[in-house]
Design a protein. Sequence first.
Length: 545
Amino acid sequence: MQELKQQLADQQKQLTEQQEQLEKMGLLLLDQKQQIESLQAQIVPAGETNTQAAEFATGHKALDRVRGIGQITSLTPVLPPVLAAPTASTTPAAAQAKQTTTPASPLQFHIGDATITPVGFMDITNTFRSTNSGTSLQTNFGSIPYNNTLPQGRLTENKISAENSRLGLRVDAKVRGANVLGYFEGDFVGLGGSPTVSNAFNTQVSSNSMLFRIRQYYVDVQTGFWEVLGGQAWSFITPNRRGLSPLPADLFYTQVVDVDYTNGLFWGRIPGFRFIGHPSKTFAFGIATENSTQYFGGSGGGGVPTLPAALVNFYNPQVDNSVFNDRTTPNLYPDLISKIAWDPSSRFHFEVGGIQSSLRLFNPITNRHFIKAGGGVTLVLNAEVVKNVRVITANFWSDGAGRYLFGVAPNFIVRADGSPSLVHSGSTVSGVEATIGNFAPYVYYGGVYIGRNTAFDANGTTLIGYGYTGSPNSQNRSVQEITGGWTHTLWRDGKYGALQWMAQYAYFFRNPWFVAPNAPKGAHQNAVWFDFRYVLPGTAPTIEY
């Protein structure tokens, strides 16, 4: 009996322990059930999107409307929307449900923490001109043929080309609190090097092989107040549409099809460094140093001043003209450019700027050095006067900085003693741009004026310089353009890009300083472009972080 009692006591104890274990398991199951219900509440039901995805979609559509597919429009880093990573307790089904709420992104990929967005477009252009300029897509404004220039002045030209097709990428990353942007783009416009290289590879007889060339290649770092850029970018002197950003859609270089843009535009794509301050979201200021060149004419069809007879062989290697370019020019120091921009709203942009350029020459006959500094000022206004209609005017005046007018004006002449004398030049590009649904028409006037600057040669009777009596008709007094056209976006989608066709008409006329007897007083040309373009879906969502 005693042993039986002991066995019953042991069994009772075991039953009590088992009951306690069951109660604990019940509490654990209840806790797990509550966790599962909490996780299910976080999962977005089918057919709906979470807040971040909705913000992504809304912001993407807004960027498409305001900035346009294919143009990377801000220095704000570009990153895809990121949802919170699932916790360790999230089931695979719940994680999959979260992933399905992320919308498909435009074309981009990632390496580590960097976001890489391809940019560019595929382009085919037809160009017609009423006289034969002897160029391809680009227009050399300063050398439009006179009607007595034979045979060019009596021939029309019509060419089809894919040279303006563009390919590039931008890389965005966050590095120790700084926004880092790397940008690259190139196209196939231009000779691609020396005449020998051009003739060997740029043939349009059979293969139409065109060399790929660099347009922009730079890195931009912004942290708080300061922003620093180094590399080859659009020159800091180029007019902006907003702020002081170097990115294409933040700049004003008109909307024309002509790859040389519009006569009178002051611009460049030049290697250098720039430093920009951002005191507020509406105000910015900056200074840049960019590669200089002792420009003496000859680029873009611009006229070349006449050198003193005794100094031709000595000075040709010292100046940048049609024979020797800026790769061999002995520059004194880089050009200095400063700008201030004010954007009180998205409907208004105002900027003023200044530039200083220098040159140094050496006369081996007299063993003398000559140093001269020139400069210029800019004024730009861009205002939306009524909804979807903008009035734009960009103005430039200089004493020795004609290089920035697409080379139409020389920076200086050389006197008989070998000293330089600066040439005045100025320009304007003014017009109206509109947006009517998927249709974007525009009209611009562009004009360049080059001042006369003459001197006597060493003999005291022969005139030299620019614009003297008897000067060649390549030494222009003015070059002007009236142009209009449109861009029609046939379809556009943030994921797939855009398909566009464009048309432009331009009327050019130029007048020389000296008109010989029975010679034409000016040159005139009509030009028409038609363009068909597919734009890569480069406008990824812009997210502040």
